[in-house]
Design a protein around this ligand. Structure first.
Ligand SMILES: Cc1cc2nc3c(=O)[nH]c(=O)nc-3n(C[C@H](O)[C@H](O)[C@H](O)COP(=O)(O)O)c2cc1C
Length: 459
């Protein structure tokens, strides 16, 4: 799951991290090379249809980045085996243009294309696309259902044998094999046929990412991969079971719907070295420490101060807490009074950074403020620890696969591919191959909407 600026908001500040979107072309190529050398299944690009200064602290990677379809098209030329999945927002995208782009990607990449259809959660996208408002969940998913049907019909515009190219007879195409989509829904209307040849995979794999009941229904009926949000294996296993049951109810083999979970491994040679990276990432989160100027900037989140953390901890300001600086250690007696959410944050910080209360390597207020304000489901450790996590989720029936995020680029992706991947391969957790993305993912042949015409006699 490629985020060139890093998937953790302070990742770009890590020494050596990529931090300039002007040079995204170079880092994209580097990430693609690492992923392909590691034999990963695909590169996945999310999308977001707006930007603004508020994202600087919350999701800096969304501020400015290469359009996902452009990214995969450029990477198609410098890769040979890896799948290339671009996100398309069906609320705003045009189905004919999307069918052209994705069929083109499939052709240019030799059958390695995939498309992640989302309905979008960013209200500002509306004004960027000439709409008055972001449509509600029902309207967005009504359109998404029509959109995916139109997309499949357009991909099937050309029968596999419609391109004849018989130089002797002069017959270039068999026009009987060229079909309009003639799709007329309530929100999507498109005539077709598509002016791009049939994609090598016929239907490039469709991913769907979402959370609502309508999202699950769409994933269960239409998706090859369902990208779900889940931080806990039990929750993911329940969602996966529900999606598989819905797929079966829709007449599909549930094994044809792969459930994918995002994961953010922080990897190093050893567990201790990985914890030191998390420690640094927390210390790099901009907080209101009474000194730095960023806290006075527009859009600075309100929850990044000692006062707001003490509020969460259920401790009155001045009530026995005498932190002269947010870099002071948290005393065991103060920590003992933390209310539940703050106590959980403290436990997370201890486990992930290796710090403790008191001692030579103490938890400071800065750690707690940062971890509370910028939570992340880090998986922290050396190769064995990271592989244990993947294995645990697999064994719990929680996921068929993972979208791997990196806290910063390229070092953390390099650590994942160089250190964790060999261990995952040794355990048989990865290593499938296939000429097309569909084959690599172990997916069945696509369910075509248009039955192949019987072979005409005399040809
Ligand atoms: C793991 C995950 C990744 C997502 N990635 C994107 C994305 O890149 N772009 C986007 O617009 N929405 C993305 N979404 C949001 C959903 O596609 C969806 O638009 C949003 O959650 C609202 O729909 P819902 O109510 O069904 O969840 C993602 C959702 C999940 C769970």
């Amino acid at each position: 799951m490629v985020r060139t600026l890093g998937a953790y908001p302070s990742g770009w500040r890590h020494p050596g991290a990529h931090k300039d979107p002007q040079t995204d072309a170079a880092i994209l190529r580097e990430v693609a090379r690492l992923a392909e050398d590691a034999e990963l299944d695909y590169l996945f690009f999310g999308d977001w249809l707006a930007t603004g200064p508020d994202l600087e602290f919350r999701d800096p990677y969304l501020l400015a980045r290469i359009d996902p379809v452009s990214a995969v098209l450029s990477l198609a030329a410098v890769t040979e085996r890896i799948g290339l999945i671009a996100t398309v927002n069906s609320t705003y995208a045009d189905p004919y243009a999307t069918a052209r782009a994705t069929a083109s990607l499939d052709l240019l990449s030799g059958g390695r294309a995939g498309v992640n259809l989302v309905t979008g959660a960013e209200p500002r996208a509306a004004a960027n696309h000439g709409r008055d408002a972001h449509a509600d969940n029902e309207t967005r998913y009504d359109r998404a259902e029509e959109f995916v049907r139109a997309l499949r019909l357009l991909w099937e515009s050309w029968d596999a044998d419609a391109w004849v190219a018989d130089s002797a007879s002069g017959e270039l195409i068999d026009a009987r094999g060229l079909h309009p989509a003639s799709f007329a829904g309530t929100q999507v209307r498109v005539e077709g046929p598509l002016n791009v040849a049939r994609p090598p995979q016929s239907h490039p794999p469709i991913v769907h990412a979402g959370t609502s009941p309508r999202s699950r229904a769409l994933a269960a009926t239409e998706a090859d991969l369902a990208l779900i949000a889940a931080g806990d294996p039990a929750v993911a296993a329940a969602t996966r079971a529900e999606l598989r049951a819905l797929a079966a109810a829709a007449g599909r083999d549930p094994d044809d719907l792969k459930v994918i979970v995002p994961v953010l491994p922080v990897v190093a040679e050893t567990d201790a070295a990985a914890r030191a990276i998390v420690d640094r990432l927390l210390l790099l989160v901009p907080i209101d420490d009474g000194v730095s100027s960023h806290a006075r900037r527009a859009g600075f989140p309100a929850n990044r101060s000692l006062a707001s953390f003490l509020d969460v901890a259920g401790i009155e300001p001045g009530d026995g807490v005498r932190a002269a600086s947010v870099d002071d250690a948290v005393s065991p007696s103060t920590a003992a009074r933390f209310a539940e959410p703050a106590a959980r944050t403290l436990e997370t910080v201890r486990a992930r950074t290796g710090r403790d209360l008191g001692g030579a390597h103490p938890v400071t207020w800065r750690h707690l403020i940062a971890a509370h304000a910028v939570p992340a489901n880090f998986v922290v450790g050396g190769p064995a620890t990271v592989a244990d996590h993947f294995e645990l989720w697999r064994d719990a029936g929680a996921a068929d696969g993972f979208n791997v995020l990196s806290a910063f680029q390229p070092a953390q992706f390099e650590a994942f591919t160089g250190l964790a991947v060999p261990e995952l391969r040794r355990r048989g957790l990865i290593g499938r191959t296939g000429a097309t993305l569909r084959e690599r993912l172990g997916l069945a042949a696509p369910r075509l909407l248009r039955a192949p015409e019987p072979v005409a006699s005399g040809r």
